[in-house]
Ligand binder design. Structure first.
Ligand code: PHB
Ligand code: FE
Length: 325
């Protein structure tokens, strides 16, 4: 047995396994995740760490950079992934404490998944808002397999067209969320010409989203070429700081989110943006951003999934901003 496998099999004094991935090691105790690498070490509150790890695993490293906090994170190269500490932090780089290693997507995904499964206790759901989940703290106590292996709902054509999963009735097992009790639940009336009953569909996106039981987890509800509409329900703080490799658009569908926007590479503050219901905005391709949603809100994230974009932008052939006024 090689030392790495042995390490992962021995539980520490708190009942949690210790993991190593390349030269990084991950250890948890009652309150914290401890991350070590050859030139440094880092500590994160375990609830924040698990919320970020859950997104990175479920989204398979997302678009561009997923910062767990201003120090730790991943860069998605779509097939392989960088795990870094301090690489997007001016002070860490200057002090030469930064460290970056590249892994095949399957290797890092299975390591991250193993940490997530082992370190999440039965009382904690990393996808839920803080008010709707129990504690992440303490020595190891059971597991929450159902929560951590939850999959995003992906539409095959468009939500509402027959064959797609629906979350629209009380029988779905998804009750209307406490903060969306005022959302009307009636559906639009569709009168299709004979023969087109399976081609024409409409549904209430507000009613659909009012039953979402997770926060900060965009689901693809429509696909048109590379254009993906990914609405989501948000409450409390986006568990990651997203570093873009492309422009993405936000349509604030209800309530309000405050965005903190920083330089992607240094972390220097760039802007604070308050988006209220009806506001439309775009996040540039050279920034990172984190949202704060004081009340559960509905947000439409509009992604351009073209695999050419990161290279076009990085090489300067496409701009980092979305429109020229
Ligand atoms: C984003 O990084 O753009 C993002 C991620 C998750 C959300 C909303 C926005 O729920
Ligand atoms: Fe983003």
């Amino acid at each position: 047995m090689n030392p790495e496998d042995m390490m992962a099999d021995i539980a520490n004094e708190h009942g949690y396994r210790t993991f190593s991935l390349g030269e990084f090691t991950f250890n948890r105790d009652e309150y914290f995740a401890h991350i070590n690498w050859p030139t440094g070490n880092h500590t994160m509150s375990i609830d924040d760490f698990l919320r970020a790890l859950q997104r990175d695993v479920a989204w398979q490293f997302f678009y561009g950079i997923v910062n767990f906090d201003p120090v730790l994170g991943t860069v998605n190269h779509y097939g392989n992934v960088d795990l870094f500490a301090g690489s997007f932090n001016e002070a860490y780089r200057r002090a030469e404490l930064d460290h970056l290693e590249n892994f095949g997507q399957d290797e890092i995904l299975s390591a991250f998944n193993a940490i997530l499964v082992d370190w999440t206790n039965d009382s904690f759901d990393p996808f839920a808002s803080p008010e709707e989940t129990g504690s992440a703290w303490g020595d190891k106590s059971g597991s929450n397999q159902a929560a951590v292996t939850r999959r995003r709902v992906t539409a095959q054509r468009m939500v509402g067209v027959s064959g797609d999963e629906r979350l629209r009735s009380d029988e779905s097992g998804f009750p209307v969320n406490r903060m969306f009790a005022d959302i009307p639940q009636n559906e639009p009336l569709v009168e299709a010409e004979p023969g087109f009953e399976n081609e024409v569909a409409a549904f209430s996106l507000f009613a659909y989203l009012s039953r979402s039981d997770v926060t900060w987890n965009p689901s693809v509800v429509s696909v048109c070429g590379d254009s993906l509409f990914c609405p989501t329900t948000e409450e409390y703080i986006l568990p990651i700081i997203h570093g873009n490799d492309r422009v993405e658009w936000f349509v604030q569908l209800s309530d309000e989110i405050e965005w903190v926007v920083e330089d992607r590479d240094s972390g220097a503050m760039r802007a604070r943006v308050t988006m209220r219901a009806g506001d439309v905005g775009a996040m540039a391709a050279d920034i990172r951003h984190r949202g704060y949603s004081p009340k559960r809100s509905m947000l439409l994230v509009w992604e351009n999934a073209s695999p050419q974009l990161p290279e076009l932008i990085a090489s300067g052939r496409a701009p980092t901003y979305p429109v020229e006024f």
